[in-house]
Structures are given as structure tokens and as C-alpha cells.
Design a protein around this ligand. Structure first.
Ligand SMILES: *Cc1c(COP(=O)(O)O)cnc(C)c1O
Length: 398
């Protein structure tokens, strides 16, 4: 067992930095370490590199380079968008609409603004995790400042109808923000076509370094800073530019855009094989999230009568890295808010696992992971009095 390599199937929590990305970053640590805002000669190489990176980052979503604001990651971008829409001198109103399956960086930003006395409406989702744009429209009030619905969910992979939700927002003159952290570089996004005013993305989810992200702010939308400082990022996000980080993020975006289709195809093939085998070979298992509208790399399952956490630990002993949902939720005993929002009972939500597949995974790795999973589920169930009761009741009824 110990001789086997680790099989990493947790790419939605973070991804390996691509070698070309690392190479692109290295010159900006030592030789070209200058502050890009310096007027002397040492400032220029970093400044030029950041400018090129901004162009690549904008191109991914058909934005203009000066609509891209660098941040420390997806969480900062999300907090910034939500908080500055409803607080501060440029607040647009006092009511926020979000889906009930948003990432914790959105949900907790909303909980914070609720403590400030502002209002939040959580829009429910259907059993596959889809938000209904008509329901969003019904929630709009005269004082609604912002609607935020993620492009793709990080736990169940469901891809939301953001273009239609953007249309609703535009029609009512409400800001539309989307957390595209899981979708950026994975799914075709066009901020003009999709009526997006604000969009968050993060470098480490697509083969770039951790600690870098962006907020796209459509020209004409004026936000207050979340971080006060100097004139960086057009004066609304202070702090010395993370030059190597931004350069790496730009490179990762450039590479991701170039091979998006090909990567998605590889991931889809691996994912569908995984889904097929799991549902066929493991009794009382179900796939969570929408079957069609889902991220190519995501598969999320529930297994009745056992704890997802126990499966995860067992798989980990066998060298297979998966997740029970979001990294932020692990360590807490509450089942995922996303799975509960789908209408799953608590017990089923507790027995859930997320696989997110890097594109360079082999079919052998997937097959091995399913073999281990099947044996694990079988073994844990054989130890479970609940499962025993369940089988007995099944027989009794038959
Ligand atoms: C990972 C993630 C975030 C947070 O991004 P960080 O860069 O890690 O702060 C936000 N939203 C979604 C959907 C994510 O998957």
C-alpha cells in the first residue's frame, strides 16, 4: 500500500502550479524584484509583466485589462464585492440577494452585513442545485443593491444560468456579481454576453500560485475599497503588487484558455467513467448536482448509512485524496449547507464525497480509486448497525 503513489482527486480545493507558471514567476523574485510602482529603472520589468498578465486575465472573460483588479484571492474578491455594494459612501442599497449554495466567503460576508442591520435574501435551489432566474427576479426590492450567484458550485459542480440571472439584474438596474472561482478557465465566460458587473476568480484553482485573485469590475461601476492604501489597482485596492503571483496567475490563465476544450474533454471522460462505475457497483449511492450542467472535473456522491468523513479517512490511508465537500466545512460536524439546500436529509448529506479530477489523472488511477471506494463502503457498512437494521427492514418488507 505504501509503495503506491498518491492519487489526488481534490483539485477543487487547490491545484498544482503548472511548471510553465513557476518558470514565468521566478525572474520576479530576485533579478527583477523591483516595486512596479517605482519610477526608477527597477520598477519597469515588473510593471510590464503585470500589464501583460492583466491582459491575459481579462481575455479569459472578454473584459478590458483595466477592469481587472488584483486581490489576494477569491475570498477577498467576494468580500469586497458584497460589502462595498451595501456599506460605505458608494453603497447601492441595503438588500443583498444570493443563492443558498454560495461559498462560505459569500455566505459569511452576508452574515456579517446582516449583523450590521442590512437584509439578505437566500434564494433556494432545485434538487440538482440550479437557481431559477424568475425566483431571483421575484426577490428584487427597490433597495436591492446586488445579486450574487456563483457561476459553478464548488461542491456539486452545478453550472448556474448566470446569463439569464444577469439579464434580470440588468433589467432592474441591480449589480450582478458572480463567484467564478471554480469556473474561470474551465467554462466559457463572457462578461459582456453574460451581463456580469462583478466577477471573482482565484489563481490557485487553475494551476497558478495561492494567494492571488482578481475582481473584475465593469467600467462605470464604482466600488469603495475593502483594503485602503496607496494608488495600486486604480486607487481602490492598496498594497504593493504581488508581482510574481500576478505574473503566475496571468500565465495560468493564458495556458488554461489555450487548452480549455481539450482539458474539459479529458476530465469529462474520466468523470463519466467514475460516475458510471460508482453508481453501477455501489448500492445505495447517488450522484449530487446536475447531470448535464456540471463542471467537467466534478463528481459528488452520497452513500447511505455511512459517514463521508469515515470514507474519506479510509481512502486517505490508501493514498487517495478526496473531500467531503468544501475544505472550509471540513472540521465542522455540520453537514454541508449546499447538500442540505438540495433537500438531502441530514444523514445522506453526512455520507457525501466530492471528487474533483485533475486533467492529467489516468484511467488506471480512477479505476483504482473506485475499487478502493467500493471496498471501503462495503467494509464500513458491514460494521454499521444502521445498515444492518436497514437491510433487515428491507427483508421484512419484501
Ligand atoms: C476556493 C473558492 C473560493 C475562495 O478562493 P480563495 O482564493 O481560496 O480565497 C471562493 N469561491 C469558490 C467557489 C471557491 O471554490
Amino acid at each position: 500500500m505504501a509503495t503506491r503513489k498518491t492519487i489526488y482527486l481534490d483539485n477543487a480545493s487547490t491545484s498544482a502550479v503548472r511548471m510553465e507558471v513557476l518558470d514565468s514567476m521566478l525572474p520576479y523574485f530576485i533579478e527583477e524584484f523591483g516595486n512596479p510602482d517605482s519610477i526608477h529603472a527597477m520598477g519597469k520589468p515588473g510593471r510590464d509583466a503585470v500589464k501583460r498578465a492583466r491582459e491575459s486575465l481579462a481575455k479569459m472573460i472578454n473584459a478590458d485589462p483595466d477592469e481587472i483588479y488584483m486581490t489576494s484571492g477569491g475570498s477577498e474578491s467576494n468580500s469586497w464585492a458584497i460589502r462595498s455594494a451595501v456599506t460605505g459612501p458608494r453603497a447601492k442599497g441595503r438588500h443583498v440577494i444570493v443563492s443558498s449554495i454560495e461559498h462560505h466567503s459569500i455566505i459569511n460576508a452576508c452574515e456579517y452585513i446582516r449583523k450590521l442591520g442590512l437584509d439578505v435574501t437566500y434564494i433556494p435551489v432545485d434538487p440538482s442545485g440550479l437557481v431559477d432566474p424568475a425566483e431571483v427576479e421575484r426577490a428584487i426590492r427597490p433597495d436591492t443593491a446586488i445579486i450574487s450567484v456563483m457561476t459553478a458550485n464548488n461542491e456539486i459542480g452545478t453550472i448556474e444560468p448566470i446569463k439569464e440571472i444577469g439579464e434580470v439584474a440588468r433589467r432592474h438596474g441591480v449589480l450582478f456579481h458572480t463567484d467564478a472561482v471554480q469556473a474561470y478557465g474551465q467554462v466559457d465566460i463572457d462578461v459582456r454576453r453574460d451581463n456580469i458587473d462583478l466577477l471573482s476568480a482565484s489563481s490557485h484553482k487553475l494551476g497558478g500560485p495561492k494567494g492571488v485573485g482578481l475582481l473584475y469590475i465593469r467600467k462605470g461601476v464604482r466600488l469603495d475599497p475593502l483594503i485602503h492604501g496607496g494608488e495600486q489597482e486604480r486607487g481602490i485596492r492598496g498594497g504593493t503588487t504581488n508581482v510574481p503571483g500576478v505574473v503566475g496567475f496571468g500565465k495560468a490563465a493564458e495556458l488554461a484558455l489555450a487548452d480549455m476544450e481539450e482539458r474539459a474533454e479529458k476530465e469529462r471522460t474520466l468523470r463519466d467513467h467514475l460516475i458510471g462505475r460508482v453508481l453501477n457497483e455501489i448500492p445505495y449511492s447517488r450522484l449530487n448536482g446536475d447531470r448535464e450542467r456540471r463542471l467537467p472535473s466534478n463528481a459528488n456522491f452520497s452513500f447511505d448509512h455511512i459517514e463521508g468523513e469515515s470514507i474519506l479517512m479510509s481512502m486517505n490511508m490508501a493514498g487517495i485524496c478526496i473531500s467531503t465537500g468544501s475544505a472550509c466545512a471540513s472540521g465542522s460536524l455540520d453537514p454541508s449547507h449546499v447538500l442540505l439546500a438540495l433537500g438531502l436529509p441530514h444523514e445522506t448529506a453526512h455520507g457525501s464525497l466530492r471528487f474533483s479530477i485533475p486533467s492529467d489523472t489516468t484511467m488506471e488511477d480512477i479505476d483504482h480509486a473506485v475499487d478502493v471506494l467500493r471496498d471501503t463502503v462495503e467494509r464500513l457498512r458491514s460494521l454499521s448497525p444502521l445498515y444492518d437494521d436497514f437491510l433487515r427492514s428491507q427483508k421484512g418488507e419484501a
